[in-house]
Design a protein around this ligand. Structure first.
Ligand code: GP9
Ligand code: MN
Length: 678
């Protein structure tokens, strides 16, 4: 304790007695290095994301330059210039490559994407004309400046003057500590959303805007190396487990009344952003929040106990799991780090049967790395933002409004159908995305209470605010808009003749992450106080951890104009079960699906990426090793819990290994050979 105190007093005295003039006069080369590299980082943001005066990325860039630069003091005065030049060249490469990359892709370079970038950018004239621009090389001024300044200082015998005055050890620790303190100050201003995006690393524009170019690039390097190192070790064990698993658990696609019912039909998938069953069941003043989805679900097959299994990759995880029947990785996302593995997907199986596979999403194609992910999932063409006319007026929230998106998609789809025949098309919606605050654009839908039935049965006009002004209330308004867009889409598809011979599949991609307190208000509203009922009230509904988790269920609907099913499937199921279920209906035989054909099962285990699981009877919380019984008639014994825990951890492990070690590509031949020998 005393030692630390003395040290602190010493540091305080050092700062007090610090001779700035002498520091500057004997550190000119280093100061020039720091300033010029920070200027380059600002310049890069000036040419790309345009926030060159922002203080946060400035601090982050400065900290990185100071930290890396501090090591210069470990070298003798004569060698210091070489070190500073090497680091400057690295910083220059980062700026030039990112500037070029931005000119071409409107995004920033990533180590994990190097191989693709090289194959996508054609060499030759096109590159010279379209990619290389003077501004991309403007950063080189810094290297020239460093060389000229160095020779200028040399002429003035600077090294002979400054060298002996230098206490290198002290300068090294001083500069390093200074860099670390600036970095720490910067990180204190980072919000949790920004942190989570840094760990996911896919929203590259956002990261450079907030964290500066150098932090972005080093973070990207570590993330890419992490993915590489993971695959270097443990391969053999993973491969053995993979072979054992598929030898014991060959996926069962049994003949049942749904086998092949849709063979040869088009399939149109609607990825309904953040639509939850809570919206499907909700009414305000006698009006459904989602009247169109309610009609569609009643006519088609509605899976009422369906859950998204998305992890931190949210939308992209759902797209991945829907296609592959594998679970998402728990760290990062497949879309960003593992998109280049080989997966068995619904799209690829349909392609083999002659389908034209298409995806549509009016956001930037780089978002969630979809430009690459969708190719890897087996889509022939991905129509992204550049295929749409997007204006301020026709946008809601994150971008093009769903109504406009559908309107502009139908003619493209029609042309594809006419030119290339039967299709598998996925339409990814966007408007119903958090924070649900574009209220002016959702259209009229009130979430208050306007009418009440009196004891004598008569209706009375009243006015209670209820869900108005809450996030959940706003969500219902937004969901109402999305539903109305789906209604319009059905009309437009029908008019274009695209509903004939087509099966429509609608899924909610994940829940809307709404506040628990808002659900408590929804179920326990007390009109008298405009608050919530007392916990002791007999009508009080407790929204605890389990209730909240169960409420996260999303709709899954299979519908076709050609046949009315009026069927509800109540078996618990997850996104992994969709691909095998559809496979049986479309006459496909997947080999590596981890889910089940739900039409064949009465009970099922839904495994979540965090280790939780759900059946028709229980919801299990893996963090607490506790569960809640949902079906009061069920007999639960400890064996059931142990068995379902094993199923869940095995599925998570096999899925993770397939993704990390690219096992489908690397091991499928061995598995086929083993099958042949049996
Ligand atoms: C982005 C959209 C939303 O294009 O799909 O993604 P999310 O935030 O839900 O993952
Ligand atoms: Mn989403």
């Amino acid at each position: 304790m005393k030692k630390i105190k003395n040290k602190l007093i010493k540091i305080k005295n050092d700062i007090k007695n610090f001779n700035y003039k002498e520091y500057i006069s004997t550190n000119r080369q280093f100061i020039a290095f720091v300033i010029s590299n920070v200027v380059n980082a600002c310049l890069l943001r000036f040419f790309t994301v345009h926030n060159y005066f922002a203080i946060k990325p400035f601090l982050a860039d400065l900290a990185i330059v100071l930290i890396l630069g501090s090591f210069v003091y470990l070298f003798k005065a004569k060698k210091q210039f070489t070190y500073l030049m090497i680091v400057s060249i690295i910083f220059n490469i980062i700026c030039i490559v990112n500037s070029l990359y931005y000119t071409y892709y409107m995004s920033f370079a990533s180590f994990s994407l190097i191989a693709v970038s090289l194959t996508v950018v054609d060499v030759g004239d096109a590159v010279v004309k379209n990619v290389l621009q003077i501004k991309d090389f403007i950063f080189l001024w810094q290297l020239f400046f460093m060389v000229i300044y160095h020779y200028h200082l040399k002429r003035k015998k600077y090294i002979e003057f400054a060298g002996p005055k230098e206490n290198r050890k002290k300068r090294f620790t001083g500069t390093l500590i200074c860099g670390v303190i600036i970095y720490a100050l910067f990180f204190m201003t980072v919000t949790s959303v920004e942190f989570s995006r840094l760990s996911k690393q896919w929203n590259r524009e956002f990261l450079v805007t907030k964290f500066g170019i150098y932090t972005y690039q080093f973070n990207d390097l570590f993330k890419s190396l992490d993915a590489k190192f993971n695959t270097l070790f443990g391969y053999d064990n993973a491969a053995k487990d993979f072979r054992d698993y598929y030898n014991e658990n060959t996926i069962q696609i049994n003949e049942n009344e749904y086998t092949n019912i849709f063979e040869g039909k088009n399939i149109l998938v609607i990825h309904a952003e953040s639509i939850q069953n809570a919206a499907i069941y909700q009414k305000f003043n006698g009006e459904d929040v989602t009247p169109n989805l309610n009609r569609i679900k009643d006519e088609g097959i509605y899976f009422s106990n369906f859950y998204s299994q998305a992890s931190s990759g949210t939308s992209s995880d759902s797209e991945f799991t829907f296609a592959s029947s594998l679970l998402p990785v728990t760290n990062g996302s497949v879309a960003v780090s593992y998109w280049n593995r080989e997966y068995e997907t619904l799209q690829k199986m349909l392609k083999e049967k002659g389908y034209n596979t298409l995806s549509f999403h009016a956001n930037n194609g780089d978002f969630w790395n979809r430009n690459n992910l969708h190719k890897s999932l087996g889509y022939n063409t991905f129509y992204s933002k550049s295929s749409y006319s997007v204006t301020e007026e026709n946008s809601i929230g994150l971008g093009l409004s769903d109504k406009e998106f559908f309107k502009q998609t139908v003619p493209i789809l029609k042309k594809e159908y006419e030119d290339n025949g039967k299709f598998m098309a996925t339409l990814i919606m966007l408007s119903n995305h958090t924070p649900f605050d574009d209220l002016d654009k959702y259209g009229e839908f009130d979430t208050d209470i306007k009418e009440e039935v009196e004891e004598n049965g008569e209706k009375k006009i009243v006015s209670y605010p209820y869900m108005e002004g809450t996030k959940l209330g706003n969500y219902f308004k937004s969901a109402h808009y999305a539903d109305s867009a789906i209604g319009e889409l059905f009309d437009e598809l029908d008019e274009a003749g695209l509903l004939d011979n087509t099966v429509v599949v609608i899924y909610g991609d994940h829940d809307a992450k709404l506040p628990k307190g808002d659900y408590t208000r929804l179920y326990n509203y007390d009109k008298e106080t405009d608050g919530i009922l007392d916990k002791e009230d007999e009508n009080y509904v407790l929204v605890d951890y389990y209730q909240y988790e169960l409420n996260r269920s999303v709709p899954l609907i299979i519908w076709t104009k050609d046949k009315t099913f009026n069927k509800t499937v109540t078996t618990a199921m997850g996104m992994v079960d969709v691909m095998p279920t559809l496979s049986n209906m479309f006459g496909l035989t997947p080999k590596y699906a981890l889910g089940n054909d739900i039409m064949d099962l009465d009970n099922n285990v839904v495994s979540f990426p965090n280790g939780n699981w759900l059946t028709n009877d229980i919801y299990y919380n893996s963090q607490k090793d506790e569960y809640k019984v949902i079906n009061m008639n069920a007999i639960i014994d400890s064996d059931t819990i142990t068995k379902n825990n094993e199923i869940t951890s095995k599925k998570l492990q096999i899925s993770n290994d397939i993704i990390l070690y690219d096992l489908i590509k690397n091991e499928k031949n061995k598995l086929e050979r083993a099958e042949g020998d049996q």
